[in-house]
Ligand binder design. Structure first.
Ligand code: NAD
Length: 257
């Protein structure tokens, strides 16, 4: 990152701030001196208990599948000068085949993973105007490019995030807002590995090296949060309307072996 001081006192919003990549992004922004609003349907675990962060950390419980709850939060912060919106929250794949996947289960994933990205982006526009522009970073997934069987809702939601990223970049360019997607590979978070030591064997059986060495290995949340922060920083001023893959080479592999 070119100049870390650019985050000092700046206002940012992170969805999915109670866990995994969102929580790490929330913490890193606070470390850089930003004033950060975290949104999640769950309470945060650690961050707000830390005295050092008390003045700059805000958190609102918000169910991102509910458009009214999203609108209420953005209304509350409508006078803020927003530098960056990080759309990180998502539901994991439910692993259901299309014949077993109900309309409700499809909607549940699409509403959180895609519709909420549309809504937070839409409702953040007045806040970005107060800052004369900024950046939206949308977390996608390698599943948007290449996937496995029985992940249709999740993969489609992330494909939608990629297209929405390009669309919003076109539309919001006149407002000086860049829009960037980041597609992680396999990352060690509660979404993928609730109990990493027990899941390690399973991951290795699937061909994901867990020692941090092999191509396409399992990564740490901060390896993605760093990409999110860089994407929103002035160092990435020429990056717009595209999706950056951060997967340790996973998509370069033809097979798990
Ligand atoms: N972990 C991986 O391997 C991986 C790989 C590719 C992409 N991703 C993406 O990275 C992002 C972060 O995932 P993670 O691994 O940190 O997962 P995680 O499960 O640790 O965190 C996701 C967060 O989203 C929140 N959330 C879910 N539904 C919500 C709702 N309705 N309202 C508000 N908050 C809600 C959860 O409460 C949770 O705190 C997601 O977009 C995910 O699709 C993760």
């Amino acid at each position: 990152m070119r100049d870390k001081s650019e985050w000092n006192q700046k206002f940012c919003i992170v969805t999915g701030a109670a866990s995994g990549i969102g929580e790490t992004t929330f913490r890193m922004l606070l470390d850089l001196g930003a004033s950060v609003l975290g949104l999640d349907r769950n309470e945060p675990r650690e961050i707000l208990k830390n005295k050092k962060f008390k003045a700059q950390a805000h958190f609102r419980k918000c169910d991102l599948s509910d458009p009214d709850q999203i609108l209420d939060v953005f209304e509350e912060f409508k006078d803020s000068e927003l530098k960056a919106l990080f759309n990180v929250a998502a539901l994991p794949s439910n692993g259901l085949s299309i014949s077993n996947l109900s309309v409700q289960e499809w909607d549940q994933i699409l509403n959180v993973n895609l519709r909420a990205v549309f809504l937070t982006s839409k409702y953040s526009l007045p806040l970005f105007k107060n800052n004369n522009g900024g950046c939206i970073v949308n977390v996608s997934s390698v599943h948007a490019f290449a996937s496995m069987r029985n992940h249709s809702a999740y993969a489609a939601s992330k494909g939608g995030v990629n297209s929405l990223t390009a669309q919003l970049a076109l539309e919001l360019n006149p407002l000086n807002i860049r829009v960037v997607g980041v597609a992680p590979g396999s990352i060690k978070t509660p979404m993928t590995t609730k109990d990493f030591e027990n899941d390690k064997l399973q991951l290795e059986k699937l061909g994901f090296p867990t020692d941090g060495l092999g191509i396409g290995h399992v990564g740490e949340p901060d390896e993605i949060a760093e990409v999110l922060l860089w994407s929103a920083s002035s160092a990435a001023s020429f990056v717009n309307g595209t999706v950056i893959t951060a997967d340790a080479g996973l998509l370069a592999r033809l097979t798990f072996e």
